[in-house]
Design a protein around this ligand. Structure first.
Ligand code: FNR
Length: 183
């Protein structure tokens, strides 16, 4: 089992992040042959091109974890109608040095939660732009703009009945996408 390892990147460092809680519940909908590792982007330094030749351990670890994965799952909030700076910082780190990006070719899924009605849609769209440049085949449909509201989870913190069918379907498409694109 666990044939496929997925690197999970949550675009929030907040202790009680709704996106991290959502990521934890979402990955429980995946089949047993998939395992998920949430990568730590909170200890990364601010990206500085001067340090590319001699990166800090946290940067090396991030790149190693992405390279070892068969796919990447981005779960991100929206900040000011785009992605949070901490997420862009992580993306930039792992994209360098030029020609040595860890992202290239890795199949990706993009999803996010927001208290707002359009549930991270614009952040996701900006992220898709970046991932296209990084040559990451990214699941196009179904899109999932999840609004954090009553009933999203059950009492055990799993995805609740109201959203389960849709998100189970999303996960099914995502795992098929990874299988299709994983080398
Ligand atoms: C937000 N929030 C937000 N929400 C949204 O739907 N669209 C937006 O553009 C923004 N902009 C924004 C900017 C900044 C700086 C903050 C701190 C917040 C609200 C955001 O969705 C909410 O704080 C979520 O709880 C953030 O996700 P986590 O940290 O709970 O995962």
């Amino acid at each position: 089992m666990n044939q496929y390892q997925i690197a999970v990147i949550v675009g929030s460092l907040r202790r009680d992040s709704m996106n991290r809680k959502f990521a934890d519940a979402l990955i429980r909908l995946a089949p047993a042959e998939f395992s998920f590792k949430q990568l730590d982007i909170g200890t990364l330094p601010l990206y500085n091109q001067d340090n590319e030749a001699n990166p800090m351990e946290a940067v090396r670890q991030l790149k190693d974890d992405i390279k070892a994965a068969q796919g990447v799952l981005f779960v991100t909030p929206e900040y000011n109608r785009s992605i949070p700076g901490v997420l862009k910082n992580a993306i930039d780190h792992a994209s360098r040095p030029y020609g040595q990006s860890a992202w290239a070719g890795k199949p990706a899924g993009v999803i996010g939660v927001s208290p707002g009605a359009i549930g991270s849609a614009l952040a996701q769209q900006h992220l898709r732009n970046i991932l296209a440049y990084l040559n990451m085949p990214t699941l196009g449909q179904p899109e999932a703009f999840v609004q954090a509201k009553e009933g999203l989870y059950d009492d055990a913190g799993n995805i609740g009945e109201a959203s389960k069918k849709f998100l189970q379907g999303w996960m099914g498409r995502y795992v098929d996408w990874v299988k299709q694109h994983a080398a």
